[in-house]
Design a protein around this ligand. Sequence first.
Ligand code: 13P
Length: 253
Amino acid sequence: MRNFLIAGNWKMNGSTAMSTELSNGIVADMPASDRVELLVCPPFPYLRAVAAQLAGSGLKLGAQNVSAHAAGAYTGETAATMLKDIGCEYVIVGHSERRAMMGESSEVVAAKFCALLAAGLKPIVCVGETLAERQAEQTNAVISEQLEAVVEMAGIDSFANAVIAYEPVWAIGTGQTATPEQAQEAHKHIRDVLAAKNDAVAGVVRILYGGSMKGDNAAGLLSMADIDGGLIGGASLNAADFLAIADAAIAQS
Ligand code: 13P
């Protein structure tokens, strides 16, 4: 049985005051469940402050990016060991915003994935197609390419310590959510790609859905067989909205 993971990706939003208020608000009303894990991924400057606030609460801490390199002359970059050092457990890699705006290739994403595992962190690797790719019926091919690059570099067994997020680019920040059936189809494809290489690993890896997930559509998505949680952008910036998604997960667990 896979536990749900409900993860908030705050993206480049907030301030000291906002991150304090948001993390305190989540901790204050957080439901207790050993079947649903809750995670927040604040911007880098607020990681330490949020780490202090969620200490002992069960709310977990993650980052939104990492360097592929271990240490050295990489001005402006952050090493996986540093994120581990300040209390992160998870790190997002391969978000479509970084692939599109920062030009991160699937190989760079795979190298970051490996750097995280080497530091004892859990990668959340994002995959997903654009609208044009979906319309050209390339959804499965795009997902496979993004996934295979990581499998090739890190090995299939490494996915036992990783999470995958299916984030259709056309659903991110648009209010246009994939239907539960559309999402399930993509999640099943992801699990099938992994199962062809290692059935046991495919059975334990959690696959999150991301793209305009909210309290009122979470239940339908989370009820699908291969959807094991959510990677939430906009709705994670408000404690009540985020916790509504957590409650939907608890109701299914
Ligand atoms: P939204 O929930 O704002 O659509 O963002 C999804 C996302 O990109 C999470 O990583």
